[in-house]
Design a protein around this ligand. Structure first.
Ligand code: ATP
Length: 442
């Protein structure tokens, strides 16, 4: 299976999905750049989440800044608790998290990299927050952090959003944005990186109703994954036995990656921990005034937190297929059409008799509705394969019959079936097919 990851990483580079950050300088560990197709894929995933989470009456959107007042991270517990146990090898200088060692390695002090025994240091707490300074002087009281999660921007804006939008409990605030963690070991491509994007929603409820809302959001989130083409059979919900300092209940949604099950989303009942802490540290009340009971309430929070980058990786893994077609291997990315970077390719069979001009006209017409690609280079079969490899769900071919009867062939990526559609109905037909698309069997 490791082989699949190698092939995927190479396809992502070759076809413009994902590049190594600062590649010409040898790269920067744990950082990746989204190329022209990758950025479309990522945006489509984020848009699908944004629509599902905020196009409703009881959730508002927000975009808080990455740099925040440093006291935020004292209140949240990150300054004291957001640490991993770091171990060094005194021999080969390798570094790793204590929890990645086997029991045998730990008790023998054996380095998993160089294999020597008795060479490991005791674990020490390593804080994962990136630090920087505001203003020209690098001193302790100008130190700020790059946020390790987007959630805190939501908590400190809870009353601003509530008052501005005249919201009543229960309601939520959703945000998509970058987060930074100085992970000890980055690995598995986009799975564990130092800079990544999160999509988080914090739902504020009256104390006593949190179990109901926790169940509600667990179901909502579970059902959402089919919208981006991740099937239930490769997902599971796992309940945490050991809870973080802020949580009263926690579930992870895990996806079955080629290297094993991995968390893509976390769901937490955070109680009133966060708002309570910010009240304590800021000295400002963060209470909701309930008109009915005439009481000031410190709401409980249900959190849904999903990595946009990790989810993008799950979608890439899920889409990748190799198939035998007429004695050759066809590589096809079977993205859900909703997240596919390009929705259709327009291909003149040959570059003469006006086929190329007509194909260009069709391209222009369709482009105002969704992203499409015009390609006139090479044999038609090769052009189909190039589109399969980047997951374009439909190929539209202009041939000599088109010049006679104004119909084109539409070829489906998954079944490779072709049929003729009048140019006048092409947009509606592609839209209809995208909306009624179902996942082909494995
Ligand atoms: P892990 O145990 O894998 O480090 P976590 O439990 O610390 O993750 P949360 O703090 O719950 O993760 O963050 C919510 C989501 O953010 C995760 O489900 C994941 O999708 C994403 N995420 C967290 N850390 C990273 C990272 N280093 N790289 C990419 N995505 C991440």
């Amino acid at each position: 299976m490791a082989n699949v990851m190698d092939k995927l990483v190479s396809l992502c580079k070759r076809r413009g999905f994902i590049f190594q950050s600062s590649e010409v300088y040898g790269g920067l560990n744990g950082c990746w750049d989204y190329g022209p197709l990758g950025v479309e894929l990522l945006r489509n995933i984020k848009d699908t989440w944004w629509k599902a989470m905020t196009y409703r009456e009881d959730v508002e959107g927000l975009d808080a800044s990455i740099l925040m007042h440093p006291r935020v991270w004292e209140a949240s517990g990150h300054v004291d608790n957001f640490t991993d146990p770091l171990i060094d090898c005194k021999n080969c200088k390798a570094r790793f998290r204590d929890d990645t060692l086997t029991e045998a390695q730990r008790s023998a002090g054996q380095c998993p990299v160089c294999g020597n025994k008795g060479v490991l240091t005791e674990p020490r707490a390593f804080n994962l927050m990136f630090k920087t300074f505001v203003g020209p002087v690098e001193e302790d009281n100008s130190r700020v952090y790059l946020r390790p999660e987007t959630a805190q921007g939501i908590y400190v804006n809870f009353l601003n959003v509530q008052a501005a939008m005249r919201q009543k409990l229960p309601f939520g605030i959703a945000q998509i944005g970058k987060a930074f963690r100085n992970e000890i070991n980055t690995k598995n491509f986009l799975f564990r990186t130092r800079e990544f994007e999160q999509m988080e929603m914090q739902f504020f409820v009256k104390p006593g109703t949190e179990n109901h809302w926790f169940d509600y959001w667990r179901q909502e989130r579970w059902q959402w994954f089919s919208q981006i083409g991740l099937p239930e059979k490769r997902l599971r919900l796992r309940e945490h036995e050991k809870l973080a300092h802020y949580a009263r209940a926690a579930f992870d949604v895990e996806y079955e990656f080629p290297f094993g099950w991995g968390e893509i989303e976390g769901l937490h009942n955070r109680g009133d921990f966060d708002l309570g802490q910010h009240e304590k540290f800021s000295g400002k009340a963060l209470r909701y005034f309930d008109e009915e009971s005439r009481e000031k309430i410190l709401p409980f929070v249900i959190e849904t937190s999903i990595g946009a980058s990790r989810t993008t990786m799950a979608c890439l893994v899920e889409a990748y297929r190799e198939e035998e077609v007429e004695g050759e291997t066809r590589v096809v990315m079977r993205f859900h059409p909703r997240i596919a970077p390009l929705k259709a390719a327009i291909l003149p069979l040959v570059r003469r008799d006006g086929m190329d001009e007509l194909a260009r006209q069709i391209t222009t017409q369709l482009r105002s509705h969704f992203p499409v690609f015009y390609d006139e280079g090479g044999a038609i079969g090769r052009r189909y394969r190039r589109m399969d490899e980047i997951g374009t769900p439909y190929c539209v071919t202009v041939d000599s019959q088109t010049l006679q009867d104004q119909t084109v062939t539409v070829r489906e990526r998954d079944s490779m079936a072709q049929d003729r559609v009048p140019i006048a109905q092409l947009r509606e037909e592609i839209t209809r097919r995208m909306e009624t698309w179902t996942m082909p069997p494995d």
